[in-house]
Design a protein around this ligand. Structure first.
Ligand code: NDP
Ligand code: 8X3
Length: 252
């Protein structure tokens, strides 16, 4: 029987690449996001080229009732989830804290912290019942370091890093692996979202250097998932060669 993986935020970037990678590793998939057409397109792409079954869940992870309803109503054949990739997340804005927008702060805190908690709360009981599971949280270099104008995004990713550690401790006795991947710059829709749709500002983020791409993170997920049962990778900090820290980059 195929194992089942649930990937949040699979409509673009890292989540989409992770879905394609996990399909190639023979996982049946539950993919989530708010953009229904993108979810349906990805399901079609995977199901047309593989023997993988894909179930789509279109909901806003910031909303507890929607999250609860989506997971509670999974069909029987998708209920036994083996792997949870907590990927959905975003940065909104890059302003000094004194100029930050309340709406940006709420989007980041509600998605990156509360969303991660909501979906985990729904999935963990099934893993405890089986005494087996693997949770990978996509955190960030922003969860290790704080940089200018990163304030609330950095705080939300520090929280995701702390939650990873806390989950690992609490789930230890249930044989559930918990780990995180903390990427530096990855070229996805991330910067377009951060700059509220300003493509020019987004392009500038990657100007003169080669950033990571979403497949690099999907490869890292594969590495973590394919370790033997007695090995858990706690955390991987992965950067482009041209990036040494949150603030030191080499641009040509
Ligand atoms: P993308 O913007 O390409 O993807 C973000 C995904 O999150 C989308 O699928 C989006 O789906 C989903 N998402 C966002 N908000 C919600 C919501 N409220 N409810 C449900 N789904 C949501 O960015 P990335 O792939 O780069 O980002 C993935 C993760 O990686 C994030 O947690 C990000 O913080 C982290 N990260 C990214 C880095 C980078 O440089 N790109 C570096 C370090 C970490 P939809 O819009 O359809 O809802
Ligand atoms: C995304 C990477 O450097 O913008 O988490 O924080 S960074």
């Amino acid at each position: 029987m195929k194992q089942i993986a649930l990937i949040t935020g699979a409509t673009s970037g890292i989540g989409e690449a992770a879905a394609l990678k996990l399909a190639s590793l023979s996982y049946n998939l539950i993919i989530t996001g708010r953009r229904k057409e993108k979810l349906e397109q990805l399901k079609k792409t995977i199901e047309e080229s593989t023997s993988i079954n894909v179930f789509t869940l279109c909901f806003d992870i910031r909303n507890w009732e929607e999250t609860d309803k989506a997971i509670s109503n999974l069909p029987e054949e998708f209920k036994q989830i083996d792997v949870l990739i907590n990927n959905a997340g975003l940065a909104a804005g890059a302003d000094p804290v004194q100029e930050g927008l309340l709406s940006d702060w709420e989007r980041m805190i509600d998605t990156n912290i509360k969303g991660l908690l909501y979906i985990s709360k729904m999935i963990i009981p099934g893993m405890i019942e089986k005494q087996k599971g693997h949770i990978i949280n996509i955190t960030s270099i922003a969860g290790k370091e704080v940089y200018a104008n990163g304030n609330v995004y950095c705080a939300s990713k520090h929280a995701a890093d702390a939650l990873t550690k806390g989950m690992r401790i609490d789930l230890l006795k249930h044989n559930i692996k918990v780990g995180s991947i903390a990427p530096g710059m990855v070229e996805t829709e991330f910067s377009v979202v951060r700059y509220h749709g300003d493509q020019k500002k987004a392009d500038n983020v990657y100007k003169g250097l080669v950033p990571l791409n979403a497949d690099d993170i999907a490869d890292t997920i594969e590495f973590m998932l394919t370790r033997p049962a007695h090995v858990n990778i706690n955390d991987i900090l992965i950067m482009p060669t041209a990036q040494a820290s949150a603030v030191y980059n080499h641009r040509s």
